[in-house]
Design a protein around this ligand. Structure first.
Ligand SMILES: Nc1ncnc2c1ncn2[C@@H]1O[C@H](COP(=O)(O)OP(=O)(O)OP(=O)(O)O)[C@@H](O)[C@H]1O
Ligand SMILES: [Mg+2]
Length: 245
């Protein structure tokens, strides 16, 4: 983002609190802002509340304290969140939570149809997105018969077809092979959207984001320092000279 451009918040979380019923709070007094154009990573241990945070942002889980603003609008009712979910595309951690239509094209076209596009317009944007992701030949595939990695990519297509202003990607690399990971990195670099990516893969986050946050004790913490370090490791073909990023 240009340093002279004033910040334009797309997601503003102020003193958020969320606890699953009968449990200790997962998110405690969490404040966080994503400005337009920012590409942010979220890297934190299993069970620290990353997925919960995404579900809170789009109103799938009701907060017990704090305020949420999306694109400047206060989230006060389900109607606000219905509006927000059209602007903020959430890629679920588990693709089976995302896909529900019989064929890939039905799933990808569902969002734009739901937003009021005609069938022709919805099919046109869906085909454009499938082509962009290298999935054109998947159009008529049966969704539930896709492999795990294929489902993850099609899930991404269902979000991009809604042309969201902000993306919330929960472990987008899950199930993807190395070539597809590289392709996804290229896709993310070329799209015009602000995003938050949850991933356990630091190399991927260093490639695709400008700032990496951690989630600790229910709060986000910024970590912009790249810690250069060496460590012993072992893997197949390790005897051949090679480099790790
Ligand atoms: N429906 C639920 N009911 C009660 N507790 C839950 C529920 N879903 C998640 N939790 C708990 O909330 C905490 C945060 O879970 P969450 O799924 O947000 O973690 P995460 O950081 O996304 O983890 P991972 O890296 O494994 O995906 C965990 O302790 C989890 O066990
Ligand atoms: Mg998770």
């Amino acid at each position: 983002m240009d340093n002279t451009t004033p910040p334009d918040p797309v997601i503003e979380l102020d003193h958020i609190r969320y606890a699953y019923p009968g449990e200790d709070p997962v998110l405690r007094d969490l404040s966080f802002t994503l400005n337009r154009g920012e590409r942010t990573g979220l890297l934190a241990p299993n069970g620290s509340g990353k997925t919960t945070l995404f579900h809170v942002i789009v109103g799938l889980l009701p907060i017990s304290g704090g305020t949420i603003r999306i694109l400047g609008r206060n989230m006060e009712s389900e109607k606000d969140f219905v509006w927000a979910r059209k602007k903020a595309g959430l890629l679920f951690q588990d693709a089976d939570d995302q896909l529900f239509s019989p064929t890939v094209i039905d799933d990808v076209a569902f969002g734009p149809l739901n937003m009021g596009k005609t069938r022709e317009e919805a099919l046109s944007v869906s085909r454009r997105v499938l082509s962009f992701l290298g999935l054109s030949e998947f159009e008529n595939r049966i969704t539930f018969k896709l492999s795990g990695g294929e489902k993850k990519l099609v899930s991404l297509a269902t979000i991009l077809s809604m042309e969201p202003e902000v993306l919330l990607l929960d472990e987008p690399l899950n199930g993807l092979d190395q070539a597809t990971r590289t392709r996804l990195t290229g896709v993310l670099e070329s799209i015009d959207a602000s995003y938050i990516i949850i991933s356990h893969d630091i190399d991927f986050l260093l490639d695709c984001t400008d700032t990496i946050y951690c989630l600790r004790d229910g709060k986000t913490e910024k970590d912009t320092t790249v810690h250069v370090h060496s460590h012993d490791h072992a893997h197949m073909m390790g005897h051949i000279p090679h480099q790790h990023k």
